[in-house]
Design a protein around this ligand. Structure first.
Ligand code: FCB
Length: 459
């Protein structure tokens, strides 16, 4: 599969239309100081109204698949109870438009936009949210499962749990490590319950998946080996072990007993998290460098959070723990301050395949933000993005050559969009969006990607 990816809140806009309820991202973006440029996703790329043109653009690029997310508050506006058929109809129209163009839809149920009423009851710290998610999953499975061959439960639950409840740089903006660990478990539980609900409501041929942002974790020095083990637990194994093997990593549970007693994990829960999946989505951008939380490192970090824990700005507490810090790395960087190192993607894929050999993989996000400016001809000549994509595609190819089963690649993103706490200040698209009037213009990278797809690979 050759695709591009987007997420509902980042592109749709139309936040109060056709019965959509508020989500935690509506609330968060309207709070002063949360988004760096003070913007919101109220209008975003106006994809809700322009979806037909956007699908035509995808066809022009020759995409064989499109990964999008469904806004839970459009489908179940209060998070539980009444289903909003007008909201479901939007996704039904989008799916039909894709199928008309032979573009396979890949739908994600949760890309971070929790219905606000569920947050008012505790959000992901409340076990009940997992049950509500399974009900929502069944509604979507029944409505779209006949036409959407693969449905993904969650996008990057790490971000929902740790950026949402520990660093607080994402909605709902909570800063409490114990809450973030409860959120992890309820997200894993919701995945297990949701995956079962999808199986029950989709046709027998339906495929179920989850997308994780897995990390390649390295230490600054050999003395940081235990910090690496710990962060690997918190970034990777706390999701992969329950979801793919039905248990939590004991070393991590022991590490964090001073933060939580884990009593929110009930008997039998870990087995529930372990619902069979057909494919594992991997989102990958950049490697992670960590150091043990020595007094010196703590002093350098000075208790501050930068907007993004992967940025090059200085040590920041690794979200969810007080035992390790995320460290600045050498360049080259993207506009996010993320180190560019394509070979680390091969390393990650080989590792995931070695640990979990039976599950096929797909790259559900990979891409880069750069400070794009249209040239005199009105086109963005983004050679830096082409280099990034070429390097990472070639890294995926290397992994395939070494025996890793990779089923697809989805570039993040189809078009420039609302980049969460960074607002509209970071452009990840291969299509440029003029936010003043919504005009879409193919960047050079889009034309390049079209050629790669047509050739089914790099030359
Ligand atoms: C991922 C998110 C996606 C986008 C990219 C840049 O963490 O899933 O929505 O923000 O990063």
């Amino acid at each position: 599969m050759w695709g591009t990816a987007t997420a509902a809140y980042q592109v749709e806009g139309a936040v109060a239309e056709d019965g959509r309820g508020p989500s935690i991202w509506d609330t968060f973006t309207h709070e002063p100081g949360r988004v760096i440029d003070g913007t919101t996703g109220d209008v975003a790329c106006d994809h809700y109204h322009r979806y037909a043109d956007d699908v035509a653009l995808m066809a022009e690029l020759g995409l064989t698949s499109y990964r999008f997310s469904i806004a839970w508050p459009r489908v179940v506006p209060a998070g539980s109870g009444a289903v909003n058929h007008a909201g479901l109809d939007f996704y039904s129209r989008l799916v039909d438009a894709l199928l008309d163009r032979d573009i396979e839809p890949l739908a994600t149920l949760y890309h971070w936009d929790l219905p606000q009423p569920l947050q008012d009851a505790g959000g992901w710290t409340n076990r009940e949210t997992a049950l509500r998610f399974a009900e929502y999953a069944e509604v979507v499975g029944r409505a779209l499962g006949d036409r959407v061959p693969t449905i993904t439960t969650f996008n990057e639950p790490w971000c929902s749990a740790f950026l949402g409840y520990s660093s607080g740089v994402h909605a709902p903006g909570v800063t409490d490590n114990a809450s973030s660990l409860a959120a992890v478990h309820h997200l894993n539980l919701a995945h297990g319950l949701g995956a079962r609900a999808l199986r029950a409501s989709m046709p027998a041929s339906g495929r179920v998946s989850i997308t994780l942002n897995l990390a390649v974790v390295r230490g600054v020095s050999e003395g940081d080996a235990d910090a690496v083990r710990h962060v690997d637990g918190l970034a990777n194994r706390i999701f992969t072990e329950p979801v793919l093997r039905g248990h939590y990593p004991q070393d991590l549970l022991a590490d964090l007993r001073h933060i939580t007693d884990w009593s929110f994990i009930h008997d039998g829960d870990a087995a529930t998290c372990n619902a069979p999946i057909d494919v594992l989505g991997v989102n990958y951008y950049s490697p992670t460098l960590v150091a043990a939380a020595t007094p010196e490192i703590r002093a350098q970090a000075d208790g501050r959070w930068v907007n993004d824990p992967m940025s090059a700005d200085g040590p920041t507490p690794f979200p969810g723990t007080d035992l390790a810090y995320s460290m600045p790395q050498a360049g080259p960087y993207t506009a996010m301050g993320w180190r560019i190192e394509p070979g680390s993607l091969t390393e990650l894929l080989l590792r995931v395949h070695a640990d979990y050999p039976d599950v096929p993989l797909m790259i559900t996000e990979n891409g880069a933000a750069f400070a794009d400016e249209p040239g005199a001809d009105g086109v963005v000549h983004d050679a830096d993005r082409i280099d990034y994509l070429r390097g990472h595609l070639s890294a995926v190819h290397d992994a395939i050559a070494k025996g890793v089963d990779v089923r697809g690649y989805y570039c993040w993103s189809l078009m420039d969009n609302f980049e969460w706490a960074w607002g509209f200040s970071k452009r990840f698209g291969i299509v440029h969006v003029d936010y003043a009037d919504g005009t879409r213009t193919l960047k050079h990278s889009a034309r390049w990607y079209r050629d790669v797809i047509a050739a089914n690979g790099l030359d």
